[in-house]
Every structure is written in C-alpha cells, then in structure tokens.
Design a protein around this ligand. Sequence first.
Ligand code: NAD
Ligand code: UDP
Length: 343
Amino acid sequence: LEKKILALESQVPKSYPDVKFLNYLSRKRILITGGAGFVGSHLVDRLMLQGHEVIVADNFFTGRKRNVEHWIGHENFELIHHDIVNPLFIEVDEIYHLASPASPPHYMYNPVKTIKTNTLGTINMLGLARRLNARILIASTSEVYGDPDIHPQPETYWGHVNPIGPRACYDEGKRVSETLTYAYAKQENMQVRVARIFNTYGPRMHMNDGRVVSNFILQALQNDVITVYGSGDQTRSFQYVSDLVDGLVALMGSNYTQPINLGNPVEHSIIEFASIIKGLVGGRSKIKHLAQVEDDPQRRRPDITRAKKYLNWEPKVDLNAGLHKTVNYFKHELHRFKHSQRN
Ligand code: NAD
Ligand code: UDP
C-alpha cells in the first residue's frame, strides 16, 4: 500500500486550462445550480476562465461529472453533490440558478419532482440569496409562453399554458419560479435577474436528451429513421450554447431586473430542420412522421428587442456553424459509446 501511495504522490500534477488572474476585489464566489448539466457546464467554463471561484451544486439527475471533470481539483472549483429541494448552506456573492431538468422526456419522467425542483428548489436558492444579499439569476424558459397565440413572443406576453397537461410540471413550475422571484425581490428588496431561455443546443447535450437537435443528429449519424412528431409544421428557433452563455453573463452584470428573452430569432419548421440535419450529416436516413405530441407549442420565436436594448446582446453563431460543432461532438460521443460497449 505504501508503494502505491508513493506512486500516486509522484504523479505529474493534472494541468488545467489557463484561468485569468483576478485579485480578491474583483474575484467572486459564484454558485451555479445545475452546473454539471449542458448549459451549466459551459457557464462554469466561462466563469472559471474569467478567474472566478465557482461552486457547482447538482444532483446529477441529467448532469454528469464528465461535463466539468476538467476543473475537478482546481483550487477555484468545487463540485457539490446536492439536491436543491433541500436547503444549501454556503457563502457566495452570486447565484446562477439553473437546476431543473429541461428536455420534455426528462421533466415528464417525474413530474412531481420537476415541480418540487422549480418551486421548493427556487425558494431555497432565493432564501440563500436573501441571507447573503447575493444577486441571483433564475433560468426560466420560453415554455412560460406555452403554445403562444402571439408571435414572435415578447416578454410582455402572459402566455397560453395548459395548467394540467403533460408539460405543466415544467411550464407552471417555471412560472411559479418567476412569481417567487419577483415576490422575494419586492418583499425582501433583493437583486434578481430572470432569463427566459429559448431552445439551445451544442456540445455536451445528453445522448438520451430526447430533444429534437440530439434526436435528429443521432438518427442521421446512425442512418436511422428521422422522427418528426406530427406534421412537422411546428416551428422552433435554435440558439447555440455560447450565445446563451454570453447572454446569461451579460444579464447578471446588467441593471435590468425584468424578465428577458435569450434566444436566436431565426425560425425553422421542424420538417425543414430535419432536412437541414440530413443535408449536413449525409447518410441514408428517411424522414418519418410519428404521432403529434400533446400540447406541443406550434410556433416559437423570441422577440429579442429587450436583450438588444438593455444587454447589447444578440446571437452571433449561425445555425450551420453551431450544428457543425454539435454534429462533431455527437460523432465523438457515438464513438466513445461504441468503444465502451466493446470493453
Ligand atoms: P440539463 O438537464 O442538461 O441540466 C440541468 C441540470 O440540473 C443537470 O445537471 C441536473 O442534474 C440538474 N438538476 C436537476 N434537478 C436538480 C435538483 N433537484 N437538484 C440539483 N440539481 C438538479 O438542462 P440544460 O439544458 O442545461 O438546462 C439548464 C437550465 O436552463 C434549466 O433550468 C432549464 O430549464 C433552462 N432552459 C434550458 C433550455 C435549453 O434549450 N437547453 C431552454 C429553456 C430553459
Ligand atoms: N420533435 C420531433 N422529433 C423528435 C423530437 C422533437 O419532431 O424526435 C419536435 C417536437 O415535437 C417539438 C420540436 O421538435 O415540436 C422541439 O422539441 P424539443 O423536445 O426539442 O423541445 P421543446 O421546444 O418542445 O421543448
């Protein structure tokens, strides 16, 4: 055993990506709930590279240690296995509250838990922010607009949500999360930020995510049938993850306290999107129409006037460039998966 310990001690220390040096006045301690997930892990990278101290709290329901493993052991980084339905006692300057399943199959898997995460979890994070007088940013969603009857969707639109449908656990969960945020802000005089995030894609999406981007790319890469739910006339507007991270950081740093849409306004029908992916990946996949999904929003596109005006933000990455990186990521994941099956 002693020999083994000596061998471990003599190992070359792990090298990390270079982080900026910030003195103690500008360096913040930042909590990211859900930081081991898809969006959260990209936000971790951004804030770590900027030289901040980052603490991730995640219950690993849909997140993975692998998404942040390149920071594990770094003196500025801490990963806590924690379910935010339970209170968390730590000291931080800022909170990005992202913990919540985001893809329909994931949030419908345990609807009660989804509601608890977005209500009790948000209360816990707001309570933490209140105690610490920390600024808190809540990750809300375009789903608060439901199946919208106004198009594109501005932040002033109140939405059209079925309160008892299959998506309600998420949609209403996020709506209550927003309501809680503004109730705390008013009652406790807190600094809050609310991002209404539209469909986002990019590397580190989960292979079993079940959302349209990952499904179509994986299907095309494996020459499987591309599954379009319903007619495919329903639309979505897809933003690349680095654009979202830019927007989240800009929002946290701004003085703007009302909800703000973060999304790419370029809109595509789902059937069009299937052809785009097929064209990009190549292969022999056929497009097949399956049954329509219950309460599937028919049109979705952000009005980003507010974000442009108050954050000076707009998306930079076009769909082709973003999809190219995402396809490469999924190719790599498939390879890894097949390799691990053989071993
Ligand atoms: P994701 O599923 O990859 O990440 C969510 C993370 O939260 C995961 O790491 C998961 O393990 C963690 N989590 C879930 N429940 C938790 C709990 N009770 N306690 C602690 N951790 C918990 O999803 P994502 O796409 O990265 O989404 C991040 C946030 O952005 C979510 O709040 C989501 O609602 C919001 N959002 C995302 C999109 C999108 O297109 N990706 C769109 C709108 C809103
Ligand atoms: N969709 C599809 N095939 C799939 C997955 C999704 O046609 O394999 C459709 C889905 O019905 C919806 C759109 O693609 O109209 C976006 O679905 P996703 O689950 O990605 O996100 P949503 O915006 O609905 O939360």
